[in-house]
Design a protein. Structure first.
Length: 441
């Protein structure tokens, strides 16, 4: 519930993912007390790093956009340098379908949305029918203010926009999977349009790809934790919350070791994790989509023609050269989004990814070796919720229990399950306590 500006509240935040970290930082900046509970040994949630041999690997290859205003605000407010954290890549798509290649490169000297129109006009590997229909469709969406009278699937939206199969396969479908991690036959068109609008209609820099220069924990999570502690926040790792009991005034929060009373509680864990906490919350059931990241370590002199390349001819959608992006020479990260359960073992999956990379590289006259120095397959089974048309997502505040608030990328807002969506939800939960007009909707 909103507090008086002069009242210092003690807030428990359950979950130290990016939603919880954003909420903690915002509350501390407004002078409130914060205790941050995390069940795992380390913070970050799905945006964490793991150690493999001598390398730090992310739990999944993450990609941000220049339009992620809340993410960039959090970085700035925590005293971090975005240029040190992110490698900024102006919008450049190099999509490969076997020997065929589609390259769309936007100029940095044109403002939005002219830069995208120029990129479409000059795209190599797109026929004129595909270009013209894409340009006309984007103009029509602009007239509609990227808003639909009724939500539908992305596949239905693309059909209404008479997009060619070539444009769908090499442009719109890869962008949808990257943004929503949901197949176009299921994905919410309105949510996809929200991302397109924010990326292409305001500032040219909004469409830039932001790739973390180092592993996520080192680049963002640990610096945020240090800043939160410097502001007086208490961080309790390995402290799973087992129960939350609303009181007439405040809430009791129980862990495996003790029970304490707080003025407010922000629950910043995923809906599926709530089953481990006794609390009276009715959260709608969600369907989930996985993401698998296959890391391939080659010799340090192994590089790709581009920092990131799209793959349209098999299981994988993207391959990142982490030597060019993240200072990890010879390390490639292959991303497979929204896939069915695997029917092959990890070694067969690695072989398939190498085959698909080499199919793309054949158009450049180069190849990677069939046997990397080592490989690692990481699957996040609940990487994101399935972003479906007109789906019901819970709000930040719970009317019947005003001392309980929700944060997480699944909470109602204009974005799908992304780093930006998580941070916006954390800000919104903090603002509900601080009081004021800011919200995540």
């Amino acid at each position: 519930m909103p507090s008086s500006p002069n009242v210092r509240r003690h807030v428990a935040i359950v979950g130290a993912g990016l939603a919880g970290l954003a909420a903690a930082h915002a509350l501390l900046k407004h002078g409130h007390q914060v205790t941050l509970f995390e069940a795992a040994p380390q913070a970050g949630g799905r945006a964490r790093s793991v150690t493999h041999k001598t390398s730090m690997l992310d739990n999944g290859q993450h990609l941000c956009l220049g339009a992620y205003s809340a993410t960039l605000d959090l970085v700035k407010e925590a005293g971090l340098d975005a240029e040190q954290i992110f490698k900024r890549l102006p919008l450049s798509l190099h999509m490969h379908n076997g020997l065929q290649r589609m390259s769309l490169v936007t100029p940095t000297w044109l403002p939005a949305p002219l830069h995208l129109l120029w990129g479409l006009l000059t795209a190599q590997g797109l026929d004129w029918q595909s270009k013209w229909r894409a340009i006309c469709w984007m103009q029509q969406l602009k007239k509609q203010k990227f808003t639909l009278a009724q939500d539908l699937t992305v596949a239905e939206l693309l059909a209404q926009g008479t997009q060619t199969s070539l444009a769908v396969r090499t442009l719109w479908e890869p962008l949808c999977l990257a943004a929503l991690n949901t197949p176009i036959q299921l994905a919410s068109a309105q949510m996809f349009l929200n991302v397109l609008c924010d990326s292409f209609q305001h500032k040219r820099q909004d469409s830039d790809f932001l790739v973390f220069k180092t592993d996520l924990s080192s680049a963002l999570i640990y610096p945020l934790l240090q800043h939160i502690q410097a502001l007086g926040g208490k961080v309790r790792p390995r402290s799973p919350v087992t129960a939350i009991q609303p009181l007439a005034e405040g809430c009791e929060v129980s862990t495996t070791t003790d029970t304490e009373t707080y003025d407010d509680v922000i629950i910043a864990v995923g809906p599926h994790q709530l089953k481990t906490i006794r609390c009276e919350l009715a959260i709608p059931a969600f369907e989930y989509q996985p993401i698998t990241t296959i890391y391939l370590q080659y010799r340090a002199d192994t590089t790709l023609p581009h920092p990131m390349m799209g793959l349209c001819h098999g299981a994988a959608q993207w391959v990142f050269d982490r030597g060019q992006c993240c200072g990890q020479p010879g390390l490639l990260a292959v991303v497979i989004s929204a896939h069915a359960p695997w029917t092959v073992d990890k070694s067969a999956l690695v072989e398939q990814c190498i085959l698909e990379i080499n199919q793309a590289l054949s158009s450049y006259g180069t190849q990677v070796e069939d046997a990397p120095l080592w490989s690692q397959v990481i699957t996040e089974k609940r990487a994101t919720f399935s972003c479906l048309p007109a789906m019901v997502r819970p709000t930040t505040t719970i009317t019947s229990q005003p001392q309980l608030l929700l944060a997480g990328d699944y909470v109602a807002g204009p974005y799908p399950a992304t780093i930006e969506g998580a941070i916006r939800s954390g800000y919104a939960a903090a603002q509900a306590i601080v009081g004021g007009p800011k919200s995540n909707s």
